[in-house]
Design a protein around this ligand. Sequence first.
Ligand SMILES: Cc1cc2nc3c(=O)[nH]c(=O)nc-3n(C[C@H](O)[C@H](O)[C@H](O)COP(=O)(O)O)c2cc1C
Ligand SMILES: [Mn+2]
Length: 526
Amino acid sequence: MAYDDLRDWIAALDRAGELKKIRTEVDPILEITEIADRVSKDVLGRNPARQPGGPALLFQNIKGHPGAQVLINQFGSARRMNLALEVDKLDEVADRIRQFIDVKSPQGFLDKVKMLPMLAEMGKFFPKTVSTGPCKEVIRRDNFSLDEFPILQCWPKDAGRFITLPCVVTRDPKTGKRNVGMYRMQVYDGQTTGMHWQRQKVGAEHYREQMRAAEKNRVGTSDPARAAVDIMARSSGGSLLAEGERPTGKMEVAVAIGTDPAITFSAIVPAPPDVEEYLIAGFLRQKPVELVTCETVDLEVPATAEIILEGHVNLEELKTEGPFGDHTGYYSLEDLYPVFHLTCITHRKNPIYSTTIVGKPPMEDGWMGKAVERIFLPLMKLTIPEIVDINLPVEGVFHNLMIVSIKKSYPGQARKVMNAVWSLGQAMFTKCILVVDEDVNVQDVGEVTLKVLNHIDPERDIQFTLGPVDSLDHASRLPNYGSKMGIDATRKWPSEGFTRPWPDEILMDEKTKALVDKKWKELGIE
Ligand SMILES: Cc1cc2nc3c(=O)[nH]c(=O)nc-3n(C[C@H](O)[C@H](O)[C@H](O)COP(=O)(O)O)c2cc1C
Ligand SMILES: [Mn+2]
């Protein structure tokens, strides 16, 4: 039973006892962050043994925005992440993916018949365009301003107010395929924002594709190698071309804020570039996403979204974006990014503004990251079949640490796995990869620490490599480029040059354990 929209989802959260409505006046500048931060770390003292992640919060009295409501921390616990994806355990999503992966060629008529339900299910994934929807209740082509919405300033040193949970829709000019990505947007004024798609993300690639097309129009068939260097330079702030020589043009962009949870979640999923997020959302909610066409741009957006921003990004315009208190626990420094110019806003009546904050973990995005980890495991196993399990501890902020256990079958395999992880989509950013044997429980960081540090000869077992690093890495020698480290903490084999004896792990024998079990009460220790 998919959630129809954000309101349906809020009602479900409320029914599940996962929502707190707050009627006390709060300021969207800093104050909401302080409240949400305390709640997401659950320093409420109610149940110290519980995992972090207090309730979702619906603020109903926002300073300077009479009548407005702000939803935050909707994904901020394991239970709510499950509710959002309508499962009891995230592994259920992984199992559904595995079903589709495991399809064998049908052996006869009966096998084919057995496949029909699966094919019927697939039909539900594809989005459906409808003539209109609630997001068009109010259509504003002029006299609109972002100042009307209760957009947060999250942290004291942030450059301003940021839209933090936007689903940014773009189209690949070459293939016509759509992409939905979550890229924060700094509010410059009522009609313009930053567009913080990092250079390795799909929105940024669509932007470069537009530049390539504009460049081709300008000079005919240009030297592709030179054009590539120039486009990279220009999309990062530099330019090899003089002012008058630059191609002009713009790229259409639409942004949906406040969608049903499957759509919002799909925008952060690190899917292959050509897999459309609307399809992923349809898979997750098992019901097609309904789309409507925008008023001023040729893009489709979720029909039931609370707020839609339409507009464009000029190909030759970059502006300072940031600083912004980021999920690393540090401010990401200012940098040049494209500027989004709004041409129209459509919204529901009394729109609910949906947002999040990021900062020192654990926070709401940590739970989204954990969901990605669970759901992507079967897909990772497709290309790296020896993987048994992975863990991205929240303090590793997604890109700093991945612990991987493998079933090792040949010498050097741990290093093969590291290189494979570094070649997998956004996993390329992983700064440290720890590879352990299959008998290590990667979810138990204590056990990992004990075994990894016992098992390594650092000079022998640490592998460095160079390559792309996350834009948020503030320690790399250059922005976006630096080194990465893999630690092979698997047990070393003679075929890997290790011929010393390997000691046994200390374990009590079963007989003694049973004896003590029997006597335990009598001992009177508990
Ligand atoms: C709350 C939140 C904020 C995010 N902000 C950004 C951002 O500002 N820029 C960015 O490039 N990625 C950001 N991300 C990560 C992207 O959404 C993620 O990499 C996604 O897979 C990108 O989609 P794409 O592969 O279609 O480009 C954010 C993720 C979350 C959960
Ligand atoms: Mn994508």
